[in-house]
Design a protein around this ligand. Structure first.
Ligand code: PEP
Ligand code: MN
Length: 375
């Protein structure tokens, strides 16, 4: 639902906001260039839309129309059925650490998420976190570093190790306490969203659950920031609709993550999944959401993680989520995704390379984009 309102009509604006809140929605106001501002009603707005005639009659309302079907809550451009369009601001998703610093996805600076595939021992989890912190300090980007680790692991084979559950979450809590860095962890079950979400700073929905609609809605209702991985067999549009399931519950703090597709072309073992980098660019154009890239699950081999990460930087991603290992010796003990974990000194070089890319190459890419009319 989109409403055009004369600027300065505060009481009408308040009234529209109240109606939105009453039906579980909220509003987003964008200042227009002329005398009208545009109000977008966020969330599942069927109840609100039933009041469209009343809204049209309020003082200062120039027009109110229903947006055409689509993923309107996250779309960069929202259109009405008769073709009118509202271009929206990009969303910045903030995750604050105990160190008081906000990691801001989509604010133009690369966010570095790293850590083990999964916490297995306290020592391993703490060692990863401390090394991550040291890298952040070394390059002066502590406010861009975050931890990862899956305590609940989706495994293809039921006999494989499936993570430590809440014991693993406690280890991630300890790592956060120790370093001040916030962490993201996967949730697989809509019944566990609150239990895990009370601990985690950010929730991850994995590729296998990208179309688990109950889970998406539960994460949407819970309201904490979320990373939504693209389903490995999903069209980009399907990925956006999955994000819309979260947004439709009023939670726009969503970060999209491309992590590679299963294709015939990965046979032969040269990579684990096929990275769809153009989908990152597409997501940036089609949605207001920040987009990050997972170079680990596309690779399956730690020796090709860095080139994949840098390739994604060429597609102007807002960050990367990379699996790391605190020491090479631990690889033999790692119970999941051992071969793709980057040793921390190599990861440190990758961070340095990405920062160099950001400083020296990215401005050229942005200039070319502007020449092409892409902003
Ligand atoms: C992970 O992040 O460890 C993971 C399981 O990712 P994905 O859902 O992309 O396979
Ligand atoms: Mn993994």
């Amino acid at each position: 639902m989109i409403i055009e309102l004369e600027r300065g009509r505060q009481s009408t604006l308040d009234q529209i906001r109240d109606i939105a809140v009453r039906f579980g929605n909220r509003i987003e106001l964008s200042e227009g260039t002329g005398v009208f501002d545009t109000i977008l009603v966020i969330g599942d707005n069927r109840e609100f839309a039933a009041r469209i005639d009343f809204i049209r009659g309020l003082p200062g309302v120039q027009a109110a129309w229903e947006a055409s079907a689509g993923y309107n809550n996250i779309a960069r451009v929202v259109r009405s059925r008769d073709g009118r369009a509202v271009q929206r601001e990009r969303r910045i998703v903030e995750v604050r650490g105990l160190d008081g610093k906000a990691r801001r996805f989509g604010a133009g600076k690369h966010i570095f998420i790293c850590g083990p595939d999964s916490p297995q021992t306290l020592d391993q989890t703490l060692a990863n976190a401390r090394l991550a912190r040291a890298i952040g300090e070394k390059f002066g980007v502590l406010d861009r570093v975050m931890l990862r680790g899956g305590a609940y692991k989706p495994r293809t084979r039921p006999t494989d190790w499936r993570g430590l559950g809440m014991k693993g979450i406690a280890m991630l809590d300890a790592a956060r306490e120790d370093t001040g860095l916030p962490y993201v962890t996967e949730v697989m079950d809509h019944n566990l969203v609150e239990q895990i979400g009370e601990h985690a700073d950010m929730l991850q929905i994995g590729t296998r659950n990208a179309q688990n609609f109950d889970l998406l809605e539960a994460v949407g209702r819970f309201g904490k920031p979320a990373i939504l991985k693209r389903g490995f067999g999903n069209e980009a549009e399907e990925w956006f609709y999955s994000a819309e399931y979260i947004a439709n519950q009023g939670n726009l703090d969503i970060v999209l993550c491309e992590r590679g597709m299963k294709t015939l072309f990965t046979k032969g073992g040269y990579c684990r999944n096929q990275p769809d980098l153009n989908a990152c660019t597409h997501a940036r154009k089609q949605t207001i959401l920040p987009v990050i890239f997972d170079p680990s699950h596309v690779s399956g081999d730690h020796r090709i993680v860095s080139e994949n990460a840098l390739a994604a930087c060429g597609h102007l991603v807002d960050g990367t989520i990379t699996e790391t290992i605190h020491t090479e010796q631990f690889r033999q003990d790692q119970l999941c995704d051992a071969s793709q974990a980057m040793v921390m000194d190599a990861y440190s070089r990758l961070v340095e390379a990405i920062l160099n890319f950001e400083q020296h190459v990215q401005p050229h890419l942005l200039a070319i984009n502007r020449m092409n009319g892409v902003v």
